[in-house]
Write a protein that binds this ligand. Structure first.
Ligand code: 3HC
Length: 694
């Protein structure tokens, strides 16, 4: 065995040379890996005892892509093109042995090999688009030559991987290996030699491009099909252009085109933001004061209290992860209704072809309904998801404390209440935590986890791991009014309401935020969520908001009543401006003695977004969030902040905190003390720093 570099070794096993990569955790293509693969292949070519070569990886996965931490640094030799060129031009067949995930540069390396074998559980894909990039090592040129243009477009501009079985069907993988992968790959390589099979160079193959050459409108159709999903994103368009290059240019010219388009993206802000976000998301998994090796509690069963929209949605996450759920309601009729809704939600997914009937049946078989809290005595975690009332919640937690076994986690889905106080209703506050799901809970990715002063490290670590199991992205925050997400949202809502009184049209406020990249503006969002929700909260607190209250007093609760801030035609969710609402606003402004004026789009954006950033600075100062990037994760996954802007904190750094600070001072002069910059914002701005420097 020869160590080619620290990360790659070469060993002849009979007549097959095996090049093995070992660069945990994901065998990313760092400089030492690239050099090692090139050296390993060259060693195989020079080794007279071998007639073929296998490229395999140790650890949990095949190469998962370029080393993203190297992006933005000066390039180091050899480049990935050179490595792949060495593989492809080998005079002995090279077989890639794929397990785990062959992603990005990893799949591009495999596409440079003459053959590919994989275990059945492997996945292959080109996810660069999710980093605001395109496959930059020949992937846009080679993949269409293997799977054809339509599928290559879907994989490259969409970024989702495909499983080994599908890869076999479309010719991306040549054989599925049962049993030991390296052994299987060696056998396959021997077979290639014994049968005198050709050295398949994908770059020479043009057959699969013919259809697209004859049918160039295919690209226009594809563009149309992804327009909504890829709104404002730069990378998907460059991905498409690169594949057009594959179709219209000779291979080498196509590679040059790919390079140009790749560099264009690499130098742009969007890809910087998306790469930043890749790491932000992973960092959010780690709680600074909870050691990585904290022992976890076993979670094999869950109890959910409340079979309403939230409880039902939460239950579905657990069921889909194969965790049995007991869902508890106060009355049989509520329980039946809730269970029916879960069932019909699944049935709708099945009818759309997104779930098999078997999978649905399995989920439903894991669900038990009950009207008896005592049935939760043996579950490993309880999530309470009832209406927001402190007394009722404290009563329930007091009961759970008596009913649930020792070691069970007692969680609340509250989005507004003091969880420290809820914890004190039990004799085991260290087991109490907030798990704030976002509606619809079976769809939205974010799980805002809320630690109290007493939540134990074990409970926190268990809930972070649980989030991953049930397909959620977690971020841990502390207790405060609205926690992190809604506390920041409230700032935006307040300004949006002021702006419409001052003269901005509400559809303009919504349009500016939509164009910025959010899924919808604050008024359309309120109409979707139900205006009565906020109204009841305001009533509970004894506060008023003239326009919002007037709208609710007319029963205009939003989409569900056909009218809210906008009018909705039956069966149509498109908001239509309504003169009645305009009158309400004008009257409210007059009553408040406000002289209405023209408000520019620029002012709308700054007035809505800067108070969010300022509030986030306060949240950081108070230690409610441990990192600026956690706030970004919350806003991207919980509220649809466009990932190509990284999140509000990354956006603030992009604008420059000094610019934001100066604008805030101007607004303060005009509108008063609510625009006082947070001390942390002021400090960073004056030091010429950003949130990234914290
Ligand atoms: N570069 C550097 N670090 C990487 C990495 C990469 N490509 N992929 C993952 N990591 C790191 C993560 O940051 C994480 O680090 P941490 O433990 O310090 O937080 C660690 O590896 C484990 O990653 P995950 O927590 O994501 O592990 P999972 O098992 O959940 O997922 C994975 C594994 C599916 C491979 C996932 O990590 C992933 O999707 N990685 C990115 C894949 C990708 O985007 N590849 C394309 C890169 S761009 C490219 O190849 C350009 C080329 O075309 C030229």
């Amino acid at each position: 065995m020869t160590a080619i570099t620290e990360f790659v070794r070469y060993e002849a096993q009979g007549t097959v040379g095996v090049v093995t990569v070992n660069n945990p955790p994901v065998n990313a293509l760092s400089q030492g890996v690239r050099e090692g693969i090139k050296g390993g292949i060259e060693a195989g070519m020079a080794d007279a005892s071998v007639t073929s070569i296998v490229l395999a990886c140790d650890g949990r996965t095949f190469i998962a892509g370029a080393d993203i931490t190297e992006f933005g640094k000066p390039p180091t030799e050899p480049g990935l093109h050179e490595v792949i060129g060495t593989i492809e031009s080998s005079n002995k067949p090279v077989v890639a042995a794929i397990h785990g995930t062959a992603l990005g540069g990893g799949l591009e390396t495999a596409l440079g090999c003459h053959y590919r074998v994989a275990v059945a559980s492997a996945k292959v894909g080109l996810p660069e688009v999710k980093l605001g990039l395109l496959p930059g090592a020949g992937g846009t040129q080679r993949l269409p030559r293997v799977v054809g243009v339509p599928m290559a477009l879907t994989m490259i501009a969409g970024g989702a991987p495909i499983g080994a079985k599908k890869a076999l069907e479309v010719g991306l993988v040549d054989e599925i290996v049962d049993g030991d992968l390296t052994e299987g790959a060696i056998e396959f390589a021997k077979k290639v030699v014994a049968e005198g099979r050709p050295l398949v160079k994908i770059s020479d193959q043009n057959e699969k491009l013919e259809d697209a050459r004859k049918n160039p409108s295919l690209f226009a159709d594809f563009r149309k099909s992804i327009a909504r999903k890829s709104r404002n994103f730069e990378a998907p368009e460059n991905c498409i252009k690169a594949v057009e290059g594959a179709v219209n240019l000779p291979f080498d010219e196509g590679l040059k085109r790919e390079r140009e388009l790749f560099m264009e993206l690499m130098q742009g802000e969007q890809s910087g933001a998306q790469q930043y976000f890749f790491f932000a998301e992973r960092l959010a998994n780690k709680i600074p004061d909870v050691p990585k090796d904290t022992p976890l509690l076993d979670i094999n069963t869950a109890g959910i209290i409340g079979a309403g929209t939230m409880g039902g949605g939460i239950a579905m996450n657990f069921l889909q992860a194969g965790i049995p759920v007991t869902i508890v309601e106060t009355k049989q009729e509520f329980l039946d209704k809730g269970m029916d809704i879960i069932k019909s939600n699944y049935a709708a997914t099945v009818s759309k072809g997104r779930m098999s009937q078997d999978a649905m049946d399995k989920c439903m078989s894991l669900l038990t309904g009950s009207i008896n809290l005592e049935d939760l005595s043996d579950v490993d975690i309880v999530i309470e998801a009832i209406f927001e009332n402190m007394d009722v919640k404290k009563d329930i937690f007091g009961k759970l404390d008596k009913i649930c076994k020792q070691g069970a986690i007692l969680a609340t889905n509250t989005s507004t209440l003091d969880i420290d106080e809820i914890g004190e209703a039990t004799t085991r506050p260290e087991y109490v935590i907030g798990l704030h799901f976002f509606s619809p809970a079976n769809v939205m990715k974010l799980l805002e986890e809320v630690r109290t002063k007493k939540t134990s490290a074990t409970v926190m670590a268990t809930c972070m791991a649980l989030a991953k199991r049930i397909g959620k992205i977690p971020a841990m925050v502390g207790v405060c009014e609205g926690f992190v997400g809604n506390r920041i949202l409230a700032q935006r809502g307040e300004q949006a309401n002021k702006l419409i009184l001052e003269g901005a049209k509400l559809e303009d406020v919504d349009r500016v935020l939509f164009d910025f990249g959010l899924p919808m503006g604050p008024f359309a969002m309120s109409d979707l969520a139900g205006n009565d929700v906020g109204w009841r909260i305001r009533q509970g607190k004894g506060v008023t908001s003239p326009v919002a209250d007037a709208i609710c007093e007319l029963g205009r609760f939003g989409q569900k009543t056909g009218d809210g801030y906008y009018h909705y035609e039956k069966g149509n969710r498109t908001p239509q401006p309504d003169p009645i609402v305009e009158d309400i606003i004008i009257n409210a402004a007059r009553d408040a003695g406000i002289n209405r004026r023209q408000v520019s789009d620029e002012e709308i954006l700054k007035r809505c977004v800067y108070p969010m950033i300022n509030e986030a600075a306060k949240i950081l100062e108070e230690g409610i969030a441990s990192r600026a990037s956690d706030i970004d994760v919350i806003w991207v996954y919980g509220y649809g902040w466009p990932v190509y802007r990284g999140g509000p904190m990354r956006y603030a750094d992009h604008i420059g905190l000094d610019n934001i600070y100066n604008d805030m001072l101007k607004f303060k002069e005009e509108f008063g003390d609510e625009w006082t910059p947070a001390p942390l914002l002021e400090k960073l701005a004056k030091e010429g720093k950003g949130f990234k420097d914290l």
